[in-house]
Design a protein around this ligand. Structure first.
Ligand code: S3P
Length: 184
């Protein structure tokens, strides 16, 4: 059996993790362009694989089925070429996904104030975990459960309230420091 060789940091996919509404998809797309890398959004890939929207997967098949699909899709994306990958806010909670991310990606926790995030998520009604709930309350509960897990990411970048361009710069700066530190 051949031994698995760790992928060097500068050749790894950059996986953005963090709460919904923090800008993983929008900022991730810009970051990819900035780094001349392809971009994928795990939720979009899950929808393509299932032929259904995330909302429909939750309501028709249930959250466990969504999570299983999410784990499969992220593993598949991590097997492919290097990219910037926006993960769904719950992806890192799955131990298998977390392990795959640890092995193959540089994980970056995009963190922002909950008040900012709550403002942003009110603009769209596509998130089943927030439907019919007060966004700030729901996000506060999610943050309590998830922040300890997000905190295990390789990098934490505060993107609080700034414009997307600023968030991209903050991410690039943190990544460049990380690559330098890890010998890239
Ligand atoms: C979820 C976040 C969503 C999506 C699904 C569940 C979560 O993705 O995967 O609604 O558990 O936080 P975004 O973080 O891209 O909104």
């Amino acid at each position: 059996m051949t031994e698995a060789v760790a992928i060097p940091a500068h050749r790894r996919t950059i996986a953005l993790v963090g709460l919904m509404g923090v800008g993983k998809s929008t900022v991730g797309r810009r970051l990819a362009r900035r780094l001349s890398l392809p971009f994928s959004d795990a939720d979009v890939e899950i929808e393509a694989a299932a032929g259904m929207t995330v909302s429909d997967i939750f309501s028709k098949l249930g959250e466990p089925e969504f999570r299983a699909g999410e784990a499969r899709v992220i593993k598949r994306l991590l097997e492919g070429p290097r990219m910037v990958l926006a993960t769904g806010g719950g992806a890192m909670l799955n131990p298998d996904t977390r392990e795959a991310l640890k092995a193959r990606a540089v994980t970056v926790w995009m963190r922002a104030g909950l008040d900012v995030v709550a403002q942003r998520v009110q603009r769209r009604d596509t998130r089943p975990l927030l439907r019919g709930r007060d966004p700030l309350e729901a996000l506060t509960a999610l943050a309590e459960a998830r922040y300890p897990v997000y905190a295990t990411a390789d990098l934490t970048v505060d993107v609080a309230g700034g414009a997307h361009a600023q968030a991209v710069e903050a991410l690039v700066e943190a990544l460049e420091a990380y690559w330098a530190e890890t010998g890239a």
